[in-house]
Design a protein around this ligand. Structure first.
Ligand code: NAD
Length: 363
């Protein structure tokens, strides 16, 4: 199969859909790989790296879209990319169609077969192509929170690990899933005093068994949450209710109970955020102040560490990409219902029930 990887065109997107390692594996499986010139630059991969892996470098996106039978990307195709898709072509990337009727209509019109990373499932009920980005955002959250806490950034001027004779920062992590666990581990590793809150007792038990002694756990009742938020130097929002907007767990009134200059890192902002005062920010202007509390609410945190994120995403997508290329999408999906769960649009119609329902369309 001819596999094409164009340069990402969304603003400040530095990741790339195929790493040179993934290209090398696809070529070893007998496929041709076409990579747009400069596609890997933002993630630290040169055209030479791809050439060494056996890929061909294409001058522009047009050449990639014209030649490729399967397009592998990171972000949802932008309007000018959608215009280049054609019937029978396979698109494998993040799509996030539910809130995006314009993109959905363009993909329907294109006639392409579109498999979305974010709806591919696994046997444990997880989302294996979303998890690596949650791992990245979770590990990044205390790092960005520590920066937000610095005095020059409007923060409280507290060092995460303290020093001999001065206590560490107190960190409350609301939500103990993939993001929350990774955030808590890093915050504890920086020397902070960390508590993870979750609504799921089985999850709290699991965390306690694995990380008891590294961080504490607490049941996320409204009372416990309010108490821990009020005493914290940093609060990390990491809740997820699948398919729904994030619940607002901290109100504006509660900010006045918090320590002046405390930092909020709302990782759940891509689902609307779990603080009443959260609004999405960008890497260019990531933090803002509400009532003396500093908010960091970047909706695409993994973009800040494009190289790590690209490699992590590539590790997760590679087996699926190879299955699609080796067997063709029909046979690959027939063999793997979890990959079928990724099928969002095919042959001019929506093929994913939740996406159709979210958009109020026929399924
Ligand atoms: P997850 O499903 O692994 O974990 C979510 C956890 O929240 C679960 O353990 C669940 O029990 C808990 N929870 C649900 N409701 C709760 C409540 N009311 N109080 C306390 N805990 C509650 O999800 P995840 O992969 O960790 O993702 C968390 C959030 O981070 C999602 O909104 C995801 O979209 C977002 N995210 C954002 C970025 C970014 O760049 N901003 C990147 C990756 C993920």
């Amino acid at each position: 199969m001819k596999i094409g990887c164009p340069t990402e065109v969304k603003t400040r997107e530095y990741r790339v859909g195929l790493t040179p390692h993934a290209a090398r594996e696809a070529i070893a499986h007998g496929h041709e790989v076409l990579v747009q010139a400069g596609a890997g630059t933002g993630a630290g991969f040169s055209d030479e790296d791809y050439k060494e892996a056996g890929a061909t470098i294409a001058a522009d996106a047009q050449a990639v879209f014209e030649a490729a039978e399967m397009i592998v990307k990171v972000k949802e195709p932008q309007p000018k990319e959608r215009a280049m898709l054609r019937g029978g072509q396979l698109l494998f990337t993040y799509l996030h169609l539910a809130p995006d009727p314009e993109q959905t209509d363009d993909l329907i019109r294109s006639g392409a077969t579109c498999i979305a990373y974010e709806t591919v499932t696994d046997a444990r009920g997880g989302l294996p192509l979303l998890a690596p980005m949650s791992e990245v955002a979770g590990k990044l959250a205390p790092q960005m929170g520590a920066w937000t806490l610095q005095k020059a950034n409007g923060g409280r001027g507290v060092l995460m690990g303290g020093v001999p004779g001065v206590g560490p920062a107190r960190v409350a992590v609301i939500g103990g899933g993939v993001v929350g666990t990774h955030a808590a581990r890093v915050a504890a590793g920086m020397g902070a005093d960390v508590t993870v809150l979750d609504r799921s007792l089985p999850r709290l038990r699991q965390l306690d068994e694995t990380f008891g002694g590294v961080f504490r756990t607490s049941y996320a009742s409204a009372g416990n949450t309010a108490e821990l938020v009020a005493g914290a130097d940093m609060v990390i929002g990491a809740v997820l209710v699948a398919g729904a907007a994030a619940p607002k767990l901290v109100t504006r009134a509660q900010l006045s109970q918090m320590k002046p200059g405390a930092a909020i890192v709302d990782v759940a902002i891509d689902q609307g955020g779990c603080f009443e005062t959260s609004r999405a920010t960008t890497h260019d202007d990531p933090i803002y102040d509400v009532d003396g509390i500093m908010h960091y609410c970047v909706a695409n945190m993994p973009g800040a560490v494009a190289r790590t994120s690209t490699i992590a995403l590539g590790n997760a997508t590679m087996p699926y990409m190879l299955a699609l290329a080796d067997k063709g999408w029909r046979a690959a999906c027939a063999e793997d219902p979890h990959l079928t769960a990724g099928l969002n649009v095919h042959d001019g119609r929506i093929t994913h029930r939740a996406v159709a329902e979210a958009l109020g369309r026929d399924f």
